[in-house]
Design a binder for this molecule. Structure first.
Ligand code: FES
Length: 239
């Protein structure tokens, strides 16, 4: 048995608008949607463009819109869609480079803007210096360190889709990954306490619902709203 897979095809600058192209793909029980795309690419149409790498939910590169939902295509099975058809489009909210490949430069700039590294002040230690942590200290930020930068949370976020300048779920969760790390001495208040950052979030929670790694970015954002609000009355409180 085959399943019909309809894929958005688009070459900006050459095509007026995206069109759906249909392909029949074998409905194999253990094939992910990504396996279906690879079948199309290898057997039917080598011109199809999409990103993928690990095939195991680690690299974060295979995110696409599958029947209207942002999904990791390597973790979404063809059999989830009954008899089909399955519609595959690029992630919403990002400029399309070609077919299913989107431009992630804006997203990468947002990640960089939160200073995603351990900030240390007033010390000159050798690079080999150790900064021991207890399991409890690790637990305080570990959830936020599980992000694979797959962009699903942005594509699901109604604030981001309307306002591309919104700092967005993954970047704020990344900031909290460092804010809550006992080794970090940095301060990201200037970046986070903005209308286009935590205060732009309307707490719809779609980011958390679609996150394949259970990072819970919505919680990260609400938590920093409390931090920022406290700071307005207790200026010395930083975390
Ligand atoms: Fe790496 Fe899907 S291919 S997360």
């Amino acid at each position: 048995t085959d399943i019909r897979v309809e894929v958005a095809r688009y070459r900006p600058g050459q095509d007026e608008e995206p069109v759906f192209q249909g392909y029949d793909v074998p409905l194999v029980a253990d094939w992910a949607v990504l396996d279906g795309l690879n079948y199309i690419k290898d057997q039917l149409d080598g011109s199809l463009s999409y990103r993928w790498s690990c095939r195991m939910g680690v690299c974060g590169s295979c995110g696409m819109t599958v029947n209207g939902e942002p999904r990791l295509t390597c973790g979404t099975f063809l059999t989830e869609f009954g008899g089909g058809p399955i519609r595959i489009e690029p992630l919403k909210g990002f400029p399309v480079i070609r077919d299913l490949v989107v431009d992630i430069d804006g997203f990468l700039a947002k990640l960089s803007s939160v200073r995603p590294w351990l900030v240390r002040e007033g010390e000159e230690l050798p690079l080999s210096a150790e900064y021991a942590q207890t399991p409890e200290q690790l637990e305080a930020y570990k959830q936020y360190s599980m992000c694979i930068n797959c962009l699903l949370c942005y594509s699901a976020c109604p604030v981001y889709v309307l306002d591309p300048d919104f700092l967005g779920p993954a970047a704020i969760a990344l900031a909290q990954r460092y804010n809550l790390d006992s080794r970090d001495m940095g301060d990201r208040f200037d970046v986070l306490n903005q209308e286009d950052a935590v205060w732009g979030c309307t707490f719809v929670g779609e980011c958390t619902r679609v996150c394949p790694k259970h990072v819970d970015p919505a919680e990260a954002i609400q938590r920093y709203k409390v931090t920022a609000a406290l700071r307005s009355v207790l200026p010395w409180s930083r975390r």
